[in-house]
Ligand binder design. Structure first.
Ligand code: 13P
Ligand code: SF4
Length: 301
């Protein structure tokens, strides 16, 4: 039996739903029940009525699923699937930062540990960060963490006074304005879509047609009639784009933008995860309780 068939059979046998992020390996995306961005997958995890949720993504996504749907068993197929951006701030560092800004409202990107979320007032994803920040009462100071490029983009969009944590995603931060300029010169006329974590996102706003979450980029890719689109994000997304719109060429601005954490999981890991019920993601009740309020605000926005 092929690996793919084995995974499909085990999903049924174990009463499991398989969620996969847009950056996952093509073969993992192809057997998933739902593929999408962090907000879409959080909502799918919250609604899941199967006994088991297998999260083909990274740890903070699996933790979020557990917090939002604690009755389910949540499995992360490879425990090494972390996130360089989530590692940029600890709960201890956040407590210190809060003590320096008493009364400030904390908005934490979903790319954070459960411990950090427990210290936050709101969580957001790249697709609703602007909306979430607009919900914070106008007279309140905001601490935004941990991605400074996303934070700067949101600050410009909302005009709010925001303090930004100096963290970044190692995969997106390397995409600089010069890379964007080089790609635009080599592919004149091709629209440019970029993820807001990119190191080029804020300085390049005038040159980028759309700054979007990964699902926003997927929708753009599906609808465009342009012969070519330049894509500034992790290259795993190109698989879905090519499949949804074979008439357009999707060219990465940086073909080396590969997230090593997202690529930890392969199809054999997904099979083993279902077979051996590994690796179980647990979040201590007290942490989950505190983080849930901020996450529910994110899912509702
Ligand atoms: P999205 O929510 O846009 O999918 O982004 C998640 C992520 O980790 C980007 O690096
Ligand atoms: Fe984290 Fe960056 Fe990988 Fe997204 S691309 S999971 S932010 S390291």
């Amino acid at each position: 039996m092929s690996l793919e068939a084995e995974v499909r059979r085990l999903k049924e046998e174990r009463d499991a739903v398989l969620l996969a992020h847009n950056y996952q390996r093509p073969e993992v995306q192809d057997v998933a029940d739902f593929v999408g961005d962090s907000l879409y997958l959080s909502r799918k995890a919250m609604e899941a009525d199967r006994r088991v949720i297998v999260f083909a993504g990274v740890r903070f996504m699996a933790e979020t699923a557990k917090i939002l749907n604690p009755q389910r068993t949540v499995l992360l197929p490879d425990p090494k699937a972390g996130c360089g951006l989530a590692d940029a701030i600890t709960a201890e560092q956040l407590r210190t930062w809060k003590s320096e800004h008493p009364g400030a409202v904390v908005v934490a990107y979903i790319n954070t540990s459960a411990d950090v979320k427990a210290e936050a007032d709101y969580c957001c994803t790249s697709s609703n960060a602007v909306k979430v920040v607009e919900q914070v009462p106008a007279d309140r100071e905001i601490l935004f963490l941990p991605d400074m490029f996303l934070g700067d983009y949101v600050r410009k969009k909302t005009g709010r006074k925001m303090h930004l944590w100096v963290g970044d995603c190692p995969v997106h931060a390397r995409l600089r304005p010069e890379d964007l300029e080089r790609a635009r010169a080599a592919h004149p006329g091709a629209p440019v879509i970029a993820h807001p974590e990119c190191g080029c996102s804020t300085q390049a706003i005038p040159h980028v047609d759309r700054i979007l979450s990964t699902d926003g980029m997927i929708r753009f890719a599906e609808e465009t009639r342009a012969p070519e689109v330049l894509v500034a994000t992790e290259v795993g997304i190109l698989h879905r784009m090519a499949r949804l719109n074979p008439g357009t060429r999707f060219t990465p601005i940086d073909a080396g933008a590969i997230c090593p954490y997202m690529k930890e999981i392969d199809l054999a890991d997904v099979r083993d995860s279902l077979l051996h019920r590994q690796y179980v993601i647990d979040v201590p009740d007290a942490t989950a309780e505190r983080a849930r309020r901020a996450l529910e605000r994110m899912v509702a926005a």
